[in-house]
Design a protein around this ligand. Structure first.
Ligand code: PMP
Length: 391
């Protein structure tokens, strides 16, 4: 008896509807160029905004740390897994983010799962942007708090909903940069409203780090809100080019998460090379904004090129460019033809984005050359005409 037959049926249905994500295996380091199935491609898929995933200084830091400390932490942080490297990373991040303290987690996803249930529970209410990331949604569910979704990036709707809230403890949560649209949360306005209604405010800066603010300090720096946002969640997996997550905030917040953040208490610490590599990434950003400037220069070039070709790129304000195509099948075919032309850019469809709003998501990076960008624009032009998306 095949008890899992329903899975095969579901997968066949997804296949038919063009909703299966094809997972590609990369045979090279992650950079502006990558190799898949022996084919060299220009890469517009990764969140490696600054090219740090294969940076020589960061690689060296990771290798040296292994020589000194080995690879694994051997335990959860609270039992015997906190190494001097973890403390160094937390101090470096606190300085970089200009906040009192930082706690490091294994990923951005676990940082959200740890933080939300530690702050609110059954009697409380969370106000969550309707487009917030899956890890925020899951963190909200785990907390058991009542969740009220407010309209995307709409401070007025947030205020209307906060006004009628009866809970004593309220938490407003937003992504900083929305990863599927590339738009920025109006954090200054959200923070004012949260303050007015005595709600905590939390931002997930996963796609803002290394991108927004001075030297890529993120969305809080972008809006000059230092000390005014209660909880900043971050990740080392995107612009920092490594893996890992963290929360930045006041000393009391971090002390609390060290006692009540379940992934911190019950899952082993970040590995030695990841921690050392992250320290080096922070040092690089702390010192220079060269890579951040290059990222924005490339982004401007690509956006202007896409608009000139006649593509709808939504309301992106960041290096994430959604090329809107409508149906998932069109987006998948578009991505396949780009791949054949040497361009790696993923189709994104339901359930990651709403039905009928499928797109190719173009992730810009400081590692691309102008020649790379011209080749990509040329391929988008050819495929766009072939599939009659542009005229
Ligand atoms: N938050 C947001 C907004 C994200 O985009 C992501 C990654 N997709 C995460 C959290 C999770 O980060 P990590 O990959 O470090 O788990």
């Amino acid at each position: 008896m095949n008890k899992l037959i329903w899975i095969d049926k579901e997968i066949a249905r997804l296949q038919k509807e063009g909703l299966i994500t094809k997972i590609r295996t990369i045979e090279s380091p992650i950079g502006g160029h990558i190799r898949i199935n022996g084919k060299n491609l220009i890469n517009f898929c990764s969140n490696n905004y600054l090219g740090l995933a294969n940076n020589p200084r960061i690689k060296k830091a990771a290798i040296n740390s292994i020589k000194k400390y080995g690879v694994g932490p051997g335990a959860v942080r609270t039992i015997a897994g906190t190494m001097s490297l973890h403390d160094q990373l937390e101090n470096a991040l606190a300085k970089f983010k200009k906040c009192e303290a930082v706690i490091v987690f294994q990923s951005g996803f676990t940082a959200n799962l740890a933080t939300i249930p530690a702050l609110v529970g059954k009697e409380d209410t969370i106000f969550s942007d309707e487009l917030n990331h899956a890890s925020i949604i899951d963190g909200c569910r785990l907390s058991g708090a009542q969740v009220t979704r407010y309209a995307h990036n709409d401070p007025k709707d947030l205020e209307a909903k906060l006004k009628t809230c009866k809970s004593d403890k309220r938490l407003v949560i937003t992504d900083g940069v929305f990863s599927m649209n590339g738009d920025i949360a109006p954090l200054d306005k959200l923070q004012k409203i949260a303050n007015k209604y005595k709600a905590l405010i939390m931002v997930d800066d996963a796609h803002g780090e290394g991108v927004l603010g001075k030297n890529g300090r993120g969305i809080v720096d972008h809006f000059k809100l230092h000390g005014k946002v209660d909880v900043e969640v971050g990740t080392m997996s995107k612009a920092f080019g490594v893996v890992g997550g963290y929360v930045a905030g006041s000393k009391s917040l971090i002390a609390w998460l060290k006692q009540r953040g379940r992934p911190f208490l019950f899952s082993s610490a970040l590995t030695v090379p990841d921690t050392a590599a992250s320290i080096e990434a922070v040092k690089i950003l702390q010192k220079s904004d060269k890579l951040v400037s290059k990222l924005w220069k490339n982004t401007k070039y690509m956006k202007e090129g896409m608009v000139k070709l006649g593509f709808d790129i939504g309301k992106s304000e960041t290096p994430i460019i959604p090329v809107m195509l409508g149906e998932a099948k069109v987006a998948q075919e578009f991505s396949k033809l780009l791949f054949e032309a040497g361009i790696f850019a993923m189709a994104i469809g339901y359930p990651t984005v709403p039905q009928g709003m499928a797109r190719i998501r173009v992730m810009n990076s400081a590692t691309h050359t102008i020649d790379d960008l011209n080749k990509a624009l040329h391929a988008f032009d050819e495929v766009g005409h072939k599939l009659k998306v542009i005229s």
